[in-house]
Design a protein around this ligand. Structure first.
Ligand code: MYR
Length: 280
């Protein structure tokens, strides 16, 4: 049985990695003044942050159409019996539901949609695990079981410079009074039940990052094999510094640096930082 792996662009898996692991990518889009750009295909993260600066405003975002999923799944059915389609949290985007609907419309391939309940490279971890297992010839059921296992230790915490973008896009959940009181500080955010909610109220960026380190420490100090990713919204130097600090303290962890690309950057704004991990 041959299983193809699909993920969406918000995993921000580098093209070389996608090609090496045979991961197919379906893009989400950003819309600047009526012009639609498929991220990772027609607009890079660097171009996006430059464009936002130029225009002085953030765009809107949209999910792939069900038709695009059907097209991709039909193409994959020529050489595969099954597809595992890994997507950003269904609590913040309709992308996962689009994959589910398309799966019901195609006949020659079994579609297993997986709701990562997160996004960015933390979602990418699932697609990479799935691709590695598919290459070993594991069945779709075995791969899905492993992804559900990964979910038990997969965690991500992130902070934004300006919470108003998340609020404007309607992707911040939690009591309104609480959100109002957070607008002046640097709250740490995370996903609970597929939604983005404040985790803790912190006054400064430095303290927020140190608090995220503490949360990482609670897991990493056990010394077990882990993968971790530092994610930044146009702050590569800060991400590199975080990686070096973490590497020095927890050398047993496999680190990477990734970015909040156009779609996620639209909702978080420039300057956001995040850290995600799971036990291998
Ligand atoms: C759409 O238009 O369907 C896309 C909506 C994307 C919302 C993104 C909200 C922020 C997600 C932050 C993820 C952080 C992961 C570490």
């Amino acid at each position: 049985m041959k299983t193809a792996i699909v993920t969406d662009s918000t995993a921000y898996i580098p093209k070389e990695t996608r090609e090496r692991l045979n991961i197919h990518m379906i893009p989400l889009s950003v819309i600047f003044g009526g012009e639609v750009y498929q991220e990772e295909v027609e607009i890079t993260a660097a171009d996006f942050y430059a464009e936002v600066k130029n225009r002085g405003e953030l765009p809107t975002t949209s999910q792939p159409s069900v038709g695009k999923f059907v097209e991709l799944f039909e193409e994959l059915s020529k050489e595969n019996d099954a597809v595992i389609s890994v997507h950003l949290s269904s609590g913040i985007s309709g992308t996962y539901n689009g994959a589910v609907s398309a799966g019901q419309m195609v006949d020659n391939i079994e579609v297993y949609a997986f709701d990562s309940e997160v996004s960015c490279m933390v979602q990418g971890f699932y697609a990479i695990e799935a691709a590695e297992l598919a290459a070993e010839g594991k069945s779709p059921e075995e791969i899905m079981a492993r992804l559900n296992e990964v979910k038990k230790t997969n965690q991500a915490y992130f902070m934004v410079d300006d919470l108003s973008h998340l609020q404007r896009g309607g992707r911040l959940s939690g009591a309104q009074a609480m959100i109002g009181s957070l607008l002046q500080v640097k709250p740490i955010l995370h996903f609970v039940d597929k939604l983005i909610v404040p985790f803790e109220k912190i006054r400064t960026r430095k303290k927020a990052i140190n608090r995220i380190y503490d949360l990482f420490d609670e897991v990493a100090r056990a010394g077990e094999p882990m993968r971790a990713v530092i994610i930044h919204a146009n702050r590569p130097d800060e991400a590199q510094q975080m990686k070096e600090e973490l590497e020095a303290k927890y050398p047993h962890v496999e680190y990477s640096i990734s970015y909040f690309g156009p779609v996620i950057g639209t909702h978080l704004g420039e300057g956001a930082m995040g850290l995600g991990w799971y036990k291998r």
